[in-house]
Design a protein around this ligand. Structure first.
Ligand code: 4AD
Ligand code: MG
Length: 431
């Protein structure tokens, strides 16, 4: 028989086909039995008729448990009333494996239970749809960079130089060199690469030992970073805006059924058009204080601040030029106000908050060395990075977008843990 995926049914109406998958659900109706079978690309209602089927085939209905694996042979029909718009009239069934009592049932489960069963939870419809949207977002990002002549540069995950801040490093023993770290960012290496290729990007995991339980933090997340030579902070912001609009347009074009299935308010996503809001850090502090935050000039925005701020706006907000002490060592001083740096955070609306961190990089050798010293970073680990300021230094800028934060926003999720197949968090290493 001809094995057909459910997503391709359109081209096979009236044919004898085989569907290979798992039992999603089943139900009885008079002399008819219904098997809901999922195959990873969709769900189809398979109809068993007592009158049409030999005794042995008919008997299989009662043996098949939730998530049992099987191959169903039958004739495909268009059926408006059936879920998905098709029905398969069963001719025979080949049982592959009868599943044990499946732990996830249609009743409500607590999130800890579901996370303990993440390896199975991924099969459920909502999780399935979220992963399809994640897949499309990742593809859109790769397409955007490829179509705009960025070169993909894979940066090391084990590194000797601290990329962001010493406070959230995972350490690992590294042969005779002592301690190495799991990379928090590929940025420093992308800076080297952009001096070789002009426009580069990275797409890989980053690691943060975040000892806090928030709905925004993972210990391991997927980080998309762009880096551009001869690019200032403003051009960098324009680029991020363009990328985020591109991602949303793609998701709205390709993933409407998935967004509807997870009850996302699509109209909120449709409002995300250029130009985004651009606020200075100073303005932002004033707005936050008016909204009741006790934030003071000099503080980084806390998660709570991002929530109250972005609930007020229907489009993403670039918050620009943070104080030096709130941000990483590599950011370039703002010539108009040396207390601040040339940087931006992009905050997603509806309470979501930061999805991108970005800046123009310090390109002056002496100023960068001074910042490395001020932060007590081990100078010898940064010789190579400082070299970039000795051999043809140029103004350059870049940004890092968190894939899970972006998926969480676009899908309208409450917590980042549902945006990644197997989340790593303070209290979770299993499964
Ligand atoms: O703001 P961050 O720390 O910036 C950097 O790492 C820069 N080196 C990026 C660059 O300029 N190339 O991280 C960038 C983004 C954040 O905006 C957020 O979306 C995500 O990475 N991120 C996290 N996502 C999930 N869990 C965490 N613990 C995250 N930490 C950062
Ligand atoms: Mg940040």
């Amino acid at each position: 028989m001809n094995w057909v995926y459910i997503k391709d049914f359109k081209e096979h109406i009236g044919e004898e086909i085989t569907v290979k998958g798992w039992i999603y659900n089943k139900r009885k109706g008079g002399k008819i039995r219904f098997l809901l079978v999922r195959d990873g690309t969709g769900i189809v209602q398979c109809v068993m008729s007592k009158a049409e089927l030999p005794e042995e085939e008919w008997g299989k209905f009662s043996i098949l448990t939730q998530e049992s694996s099987l191959e169903v042979n039958g004739k495909l029909r268009a059926e408006q009333r059936a879920p998905g718009g098709y029905e398969l009239d069963v001719e025979s069934i080949n049982i592959v494996q009868i599943a044990d009592g499946y732990p996830i049932t249609p009743k409500e489960h607590g999130v800890d239970f579901l996370l303990d069963n993440r390896h199975l939870w991924l099969r459920s419809r909502r999780q399935h749809n979220i992963m399809l949207i994640r897949n499309e977002i990742a593809k859109a990002i790769r397409d955007y960079f490829y179509d705009n002549d960025f070169i993909l540069i894979d940066t090391p995950l084990i590194t000797g130089s601290i990329g962001e801040t010493a406070s959230t490093l995972f350490e690992t023993k590294y042969y005779d060199f002592g301690t190495a770290y799991l990379a928090q960012t590929g940025q420093l290496y992308l800076e080297a690469a952009c001096m070789a290729f002009g426009k580069v990007y990275g797409f890989g995991p980053s690691f943060r030992a975040e000892k806090s339980k928030t709905r925004r933090h993972l210990s391991e997340y997927w980080h998309i970073e762009g880096e551009i030579a001869f690019c200032d902070n403003n051009a960098n912001i324009d680029l991020q805006e363009d990328l985020v609009v591109y991602i949303l347009e793609r998701v709205l074009e390709k993933c409407r059924p998935q967004l509807e299935a997870i009850d996302r308010d699509i109209s909120a996503l449709e409002k995300v058009k250029k130009p985004f809001y651009r606020f200075s850090y100073d303005e932002t502090i004033k707005i936050l204080q008016e909204l009741g935050s006790d934030i003071k000039w000099g503080d980084d925005l806390g998660g709570g601040d991002e929530t109250i701020l972005t609930k007020q706006y229907d489009k993403p907000i670039f918050v620009m030029n943070y104080p030096v002490k709130a941000k990483a060592f590599y950011m370039k001083r703002n010539p108009d106000n040396p207390q601040t740096v040339l940087c931006s955070d992009l905050l997603a609306p509806e309470g979501y908050g930061e999805i991108i961190g970005a800046s123009q990089r310090e390109d002056d050798f002496d100023l960068l060395l001074q910042r490395i010293k001020e932060e007590n970073l081990p100078e010898e680990a940064y010789d190579w990075y400082l070299d970039l300021r000795k051999y043809g230094s140029v103004p350059h800028s870049g940004f890092g977008l968190g894939l899970e934060r972006t998926v969480t926003w676009i899908c309208g999720l409450k917590h980042v843990r549902e945006s990644i197949p197997f989340p790593r968090m303070l209290y979770r290493l299993y499964p």
